[in-house]
Design a protein around this ligand. Structure first.
Ligand SMILES: [Zn+2]
Length: 300
């Protein structure tokens, strides 16, 4: 059995110490849409790559940058991390998904207090009124429709409890320019008032698996009632992109990042200022390393 060229490059992305590059090369090779991100300096990763693999202090495994088993950094310390996220993230991982290849672990390492990982068939009970699932199903809605769709669910299912206090209240945008708290009595449009009394979204679920394995998870009855949300305007930069799939099929860390970006732009008052860009800290670095390797191999 022999690996094809591409696969050899793929397997070398963060497991081998043979790739060498200097910082200017890596930046030149970063391609859209990964340019312009507000990232912590990649110098720590360049240095770690030159040092080579180290033993994880917890499990003893040989690792570079981070341990995908223990969810901890290895030979790297980054002050700008961890990142605080505006909603909780759950990642449901297919048991056959190789830990070392998954980008889901990036999210857990970079935002440990807001990200929880589960291995299927372990799936928590979700409240369909305040949890959404990111998946491009036939009924999926866009991020900006989340409030309206969850609001409709609340009105239908929980009409009697609508005035119950909700711990997760976000300021919402006032069409007249200012901001208002969700309980501001001056809002006159009844529908809008109803929808914006509380911001319903508390948790966002992502599935981490190959697209072919996803079907088993997505059809699980525990996920059936969840509103599905899609990110169809984004294109992947993932070097392990699955052949034959559209380039809008994102890797897990890209999906999480773009979801949060759209969420921020749609629902948070303050302008987006790179708050979650460091979720792509490892991804963008590895992307540049792979591009460099491909260029050296004459593949581009
Ligand atoms: Zn470990």
């Amino acid at each position: 059995m022999s690996l094809d060229q591409d696969q050899q490059l793929r397997s070398g992305c963060h497991d081998e110490t043979t790739l060498r590059l200097d910082s200017s090369d890596s930046r030149d090779l970063a391609k859209q849409p990964l340019q312009g991100l507000k990232l912590a300096s990649h110098k720590v990763l360049e240095k770690a790559q030159q040092t080579g693999r180290l033993k994880c202090s917890k499990c003893g495994g040989s690792r570079m940058f981070f341990c995908y088993t223990c969810c901890s950094l290895v030979g790297v310390s980054i002050q700008e991390i961890p990142i605080k996220l505006p909603v909780k993230i759950d990642i449901i991982k297919h048991p056959n998904e190789t830990d070392g290849k998954s980008t889901a672990i990036h999210a857990k390492i970079l935002a440990p207090s807001d990200v929880t990982m589960y291995t299927y068939p372990c799936v928590p009970e979700y409240d369909m009124n305040n949890v959404v699932l990111v998946f491009p199903g036939p009924e999926a809605v866009s991020v900006k429709d989340i409030r309206r769709c969850l609001g409709n669910r609340s009105k239908t299912k929980l009409h009697d409890h609508f005035d119950e206090p909700c711990p997760k209240r976000l300021a919402i945008e006032d069409p007249n320019g200012g901001t208002q708290d969700a309980k501001n009595p001056e809002a006159t449009d009844e529908a809008k008032t109803q929808e914006s009394k509380v911001f319903p979204l508390q948790r966002v679920v992502f599935i981490d698996s190959t697209w072919n394995q996803t079907n088993k998870i997505i059809t699980d009855e525990r996920l059936q009632g969840l509103l599905q949300v899609e990110l169809k305007t984004r294109k992947t930069c993932f070097w392990r992109h699955q052949k034959g799939k559209p380039d809008t099929y994102l890797s897990t860390i890209e999906a999480i990042y773009y979801f949060l970006l759209e969420f921020h732009q749609s629902f948070l008052v303050q302008e987006y200022n790179g708050e979650y860009d460091n979720l792509l800290f490892f991804f963008s670095y590895l992307h540049s390393v792979i591009n460099k390797a491909k260029t050296s191999a004459g593949k581009c």
